[in-house]
Design a protein around this ligand. Structure first.
Ligand code: CO
Length: 161
């Protein structure tokens, strides 16, 4: 297992590229997943997409504090309601902004062995799923941010108080 370098917004063009579907569920994918999980936890993140460590494959890992979720080839099949919350990204450190997301989503994906899975999520997890799945299409939260809502690390402390 190894923690890998996280691609950064403005420096690493790969972040704007579309990731390819995963067809191989062998050791390579399992090793990549392990590295992604380690990288996410080492960076204290709530989610990480493979493209964020430079691998253009449709894989994301999320931990919203209730447990680790590994998603391969995830797809939002249903989105309902709306939420507007502050979002950040390991690839855009120190920058936060309010993004409009569905309040609830249903996601279809495959697990690490290739078996189909379905996930229903609301609130923070819904937002995290949308954010990570956007990464797989080369979309960063800053392109969806509500105008004027971008803040930096210092503002964040005031926002939370
Ligand atoms: Co992100």
């Amino acid at each position: 297992m190894a923690s890998r370098r996280i691609m950064r917004y403005l420096n690493d063009d790969v972040l704007r590229k579309r990731s390819k579907a995963v067809e191989d569920f062998g050791d390579r994918t399992l090793m990549l997943l392990r590295d992604m999980v380690e990288t996410m936890y080492a960076a204290n993140g709530a989610g990480l997409a493979a493209v964020q460590i430079g691998i253009l494959r449709r894989i994301a890992v999320i931990d919203d504090g209730t447990g680790l979720i590994k998603l391969i080839n995830p797809l939002i099949v249903e989105a309902t309601g709306e939420q507007q919350e502050l979002e950040g990204c390991l690839s855009i450190p120190g920058i936060y902004g309010i993004v409009k997301r569905p309040q609830s989503v249903v996601v279809h994906a495959q697990n690490e062995h290739g078996s189909p899975m379905e996930l229903e999520a609301t609130g923070f997890l819904s937002r995290a799923l949308c954010h990570e799945i956007d990464h797989l299409d080369g979309v960063l939260f800053v392109s969806k941010v509500i105008p004027g809502s971008i803040i930096n690390e210092k503002d964040l402390e005031a926002w939370i108080d």
